[in-house]
Structures are given as structure tokens and as C-alpha cells.
Design a protein around this ligand. Structure first.
Ligand SMILES: Nc1ncnc2c1ncn2[C@@H]1O[C@H](COP(=O)(O)OP(=O)(O)OP(=O)(O)O)[C@@H](O)[C@H]1O
Ligand SMILES: [Mg+2]
Length: 360
């Protein structure tokens, strides 16, 4: 039987998700397995790095095996390692202990098989999630691919560790034009959720409660307003929520809790949308892309779509399942890098901080 070497395996372990995915060609995701550690970290109100690393060690081989098996069940042409052209892995930014588990596992596989190693910047992977096409059945494999989002565009990358405005001149070329001076938007969600006793991660829960609340019930501050500032700041908002809770007590449920979540969320989303609009105007862009875990937020998506409608811009979001950490986004970024012949060597190291575009 003829073997098609048009598949790439990708691994992601930068925080508390252990994930593996197989992509066919450049964009067809034929398996996407994510093992989350939420239950382990939830009672601590945030990720405990040492626990995250230990659980990656336990999970990584079963997750990779599952991704290879699912790829084979969906696409009979895929037989496993013999069809792979390379292996991609997130090498940062993230928790170094967590990254090392994915990195060392992939390096071992590359060493054993001779397959090329493709190091991927985790933030670049978040941005590349919009190109992924999830294949659900064998029939889907035969469908034409949807058109690709055309660059240039401005991306608002909002995740647990980052809040960035990026001018993407062309795919793979990034110019950061704004960022947070303190907390990331996702971090603010998680910290406010912790104050409210809503567990970790907080974004999804606050998003859900906020839908039932009044966004104007409490007037929380919007930091660094106006066109003069390209940057974000969420620490003052976090303090304002803390003060409100000290003065009024922590609502356990009902309208009070919904109003608080809704007012906090509106303060975050107002600033994200205002700065994104300024960046779009300044960069003369006509397409706005949202990426990262907070891009799953229903209010942010709604407001971004409304903004785009009003201005005659296009807006694009990854599917909900590809906003938070996953390996499908690493696979798509990896397939592009592979095609460009940009491989890494076995000295590839884990880095806790870097920006998209920093070479791996
Ligand atoms: N619906 C939602 N609304 C708001 N925030 C959300 C939603 N869903 C997830 N989040 C937030 O997204 C964050 C997780 O996103 P992601 O996985 O991209 O972050 P990370 O990988 O931890 O950080 P980074 O990518 O910066 O290293 C969490 O802070 C979580 O609360
Ligand atoms: Mg992430």
C-alpha cells in the first residue's frame, strides 16, 4: 500500500492541558485530544505548576496514543508514524516544567523515528487556530476546504497569560501594537471568579452568569481610556471588584451575583473592543481576528461582531473548542512551518516568556 506522508502530529503542554492532534495537509484536523487538569487545580483557584508537570507526565503518552488512534479511525490512509512527515510541539511561552514534558516526549519520538522536530510559539498557535478545519467524519475529508482568512488583519489575542493587539501583515509576520501593563484579561476573569468562590478557570462561569445580569448595575472602572493609550490594564478593575465585595459582601447566587459578573465582564469587554477598534483604524485594517481562551466569551464575540457590522469590517473567531489550549492550533502552525522548511534541532528549549514571531 502506498504511504502518504502528508500528516503532522502536534503536542501541547504549556499550562494545564495535555493535548495532541494530527493534521492532514495544512488545515484538516483529523484528531484533537485534550486532557484537562481543571479538576486538579480548581480547588486552588489557579494552576499549581508542580502538580501540572506531574499530571502531564502521567497523561502525555496516553493522549498521544489516543490522537493517533482517533486519526486512524477517521482516515484509513493514516497508519501512524509511517505516515508522519514531522512532529510539532509548543516550546513557549508557558510554565517551563509543563512545557518540558511535551518537549522532551516529542524530542524522544523525533530521535527514535528520525522525523523532523518543529518548535512552535504557543501564542502563534493561538493565532493560527482560525485556519484549522475540524474533520468530524470520513465524508468530511472529501469536502473542499473553506476559504482562508486573508491577511493583513489585526488580532486581539486574549488568553490566561496574555492580552495583545497584533498587526498580522501576512501569515507568520507579527507586529505587536498593544498589550497589557499588568494582568491579562483571562487572569482578571480567573481572579474575580476566585474572589466570588466560583472555582477555576473563571471565564466560562462568569460568562454564563453574566448573561442573566445587568451590565450597567455596577460602574466598574475602565483603565487607560481613549486613543492615547494602546495598552490595557486590568489590575485596577480587579481591585475595584475586591473593594465592592468588602463593602457589600460576596453574593452567593441570584440577581446580585449575575449583576456583578455582568458589570465586571462589560468593563473588560468595553476596553478590549475600544482598543481593538483604535488598532484597526490606526493599522488601516479591515479584518479583526479574536484568539485565545477569552475569545470564547459570548459578550466579546457579540460586541466584536457588532463593531465589525457598524464599521463594515470582517470579524473571525476560532471555533469555541479551539480558543482555549489545544494541539490542533499547534498542528496548523506546525504544518505551515514544515512547508516553509523551518525545523528546530534537538537543543530546542522551553521558554516561559516570548511573543509571537520570536523564533523557536
Ligand atoms: N467564555 C469565556 N469567557 C471569558 N474567559 C474565558 C472563557 N473561556 C475561557 N476563558 C479564559 O481563558 C483563559 C484560558 O485561555 P488559554 O488556554 O488561551 O490561556 P493560557 O494558555 O492559560 O494562557 P496563554 O495562552 O497566554 O499562555 C482562562 O483565563 C479562562 O478563564
Ligand atoms: Mg494558551
Amino acid at each position: 500500500m502506498k504511504t502518504t506522508k502528508d500528516y503532522l502530529l502536534a503536542v501541547e503542554s504549556s499550562c494545564d492541558e495535555t493535548a495532541a492532534s494530527v493534521v492532514k495537509g495544512e488545515r484538516r484536523i483529523i484528531s484533537n485530544v485534550v486532557s484537562s487538569q481543571i479538576d486538579i487545580h480548581s480547588c486552588f483557584g489557579g494552576v499549581v505548576p508542580e502538580l501540572a508537570s506531574r499530571h502531564h507526565i502521567v497523561n502525555i503518552v496516553p493522549v498521544i496514543r489516543e490522537a493517533l488512534n482517533r486519526a486512524n479511525s477517521l482516515d484509513k490512509d493514516f497508519q501512524g508514524f509511517s505516515n508522519l512527515k514531522g512532529i510539532a510541539v509548543s516550546s513557549g511561552p508557558g510554565l517551563v516544567g509543563s512545557l518540558m514534558i511535551g518537549l522532551q516526549t516529542v524530542k524522544g519520538m523525533c530521535l527514535a523515528t528520525g522525523l523532523p522536530l518543529v518548535g512552535i510559539n504557543h501564542l502563534e498557535a493561538h493565532l493560527e487556530a482560525i485556519y484549522a478545519v475540524q474533520i468530524e467524519s470520513t465524508e468530511d475529508l472529501l469536502e473542499d476546504l473553506p476559504p482562508i482568512i486573508q491577511s493583513p488583519y489585526v488580532a486581539l489575542l486574549v488568553s490566561g497569560g496574555h492580552t495583545l493587539l497584533i498587526n498580522v501583515k501576512e501569515r507568520g509576520r507579527y507586529n505587536v501594537v498593544g498589550g497589557t501593563r499588568d494582568d491579562a484579561a483571562g487572569e482578571a476573569y480567573d481572579k474575580v471568579a476566585k474572589m466570588l468562590g466560583l472555582g477555576y478557570p473563571g471565564g466560562v462561569v462568569i460568562d454564563k452568569l453574566a448573561r442573566e445580569g445587568n451590565p450597567r448595575a455596577i460602574n466598574f472602572p475602565r483603565a487607560l481610556p481613549g486613543r492615547k493609550h494602546r495598552d490595557f490594564s486590568f489590575s485596577g478593575l480587579k481591585t475595584a471588584v475586591r473593594r465592592h465585595l468588602q463593602q457589600n459582601g460576596v453574593p452567593k447566587s441570584g440577581i446580585e451575583l449575575n449583576d456583578l459578573c455582568s458589570s465586571f465582564q462589560e468593563a473588560v469587554v468595553d476596553v478590549l473592543i475600544q482598543k481593538a477598534a483604535f488598532a484597526m483604524e490606526d493599522e488601516k485594517a479591515t479584518t479583526l481576528v479574536l484568539a485565545g481562551g477569552v475569545a470564547a466569551n459570548s459578550r466579546l464575540r457579540e460586541r466584536a461582531a457588532q463593531l465589525a457590522r457598524e464599521r463594515g469590517w470582517r470579524v473571525a473567531f476560532p471555533p469555541l473548542s479551539l480558543c482555549t489550549d489545544n494541539a490542533a492550533m499547534v498542528a496548523v502552525a506546525g504544518a505551515r512551518r514544515f512547508n516553509e522548511g523551518r525545523f528546530s534541532d534537538l537543543s530546542l528549549d522551553a521558554v516561559c516568556r516570548s511573543l509571537p514571531g520570536n523564533d523557536m
